[in-house]
Design a binder for this molecule. Structure first.
Ligand code: DGP
Length: 114
């Protein structure tokens, strides 16, 4: 989508630190990290949020989870633990309306979500 910042990152129109890419998924470091590892995993196809998922496009969720597993391995988090978070909609604090999962780790995360 033309005015979507994550679509621009996916199209390499604006720079990011890419940590993983395959046919359907891209992952790059969050600009405002809350932990030593904070990666955003996004579908290459523009899907605004979880609310826009349906039977036809939800297959990308499996790709995102498999990417999360590979990124966690690469970042040295396997066996230690990490958190995968999705914010859906305004009340949840979603600020970028291109579906994304925060992969957060590299420290003890405690009881709160971040
Ligand atoms: P959320 O609140 O769940 O919509 O998270 C959006 C995240 O996106 C937030 O943690 C900051 C990150 N972010 C916003 N703009 C950019 C950008 O231009 N580059 C990168 N790498 N991250 C961004």
């Amino acid at each position: 989508m033309a005015d979507c910042i994550f679509c621009k990152i996916i199209n390499k129109e604006i720079p990011s630190t890419i940590v993983y890419e395959d046919e359907t998924v891209m992952a790059f470091r969050d600009i405002k990290p809350v932990a030593p590892v904070h990666v955003l995993i996004v579908p290459k196809k523009h899907i605004p949020s979880v609310e826009a998922l349906d039977r036809d496009n939800a297959g990308v969720l499996a790709d995102i989870h498999l990417a999360a597993k590979k990124i966690a391995e690469k970042e040295g988090l396997s066996g230690k633990g990490f958190r995968l978070i999705n914010n859906c909609g305004k009340d949840a604090g979603q600020t970028v309306f291109h579906l994304h999962y925060h992969l957060i780790g590299g420290r003890e995360l405690g009881e709160k979500l971040i």
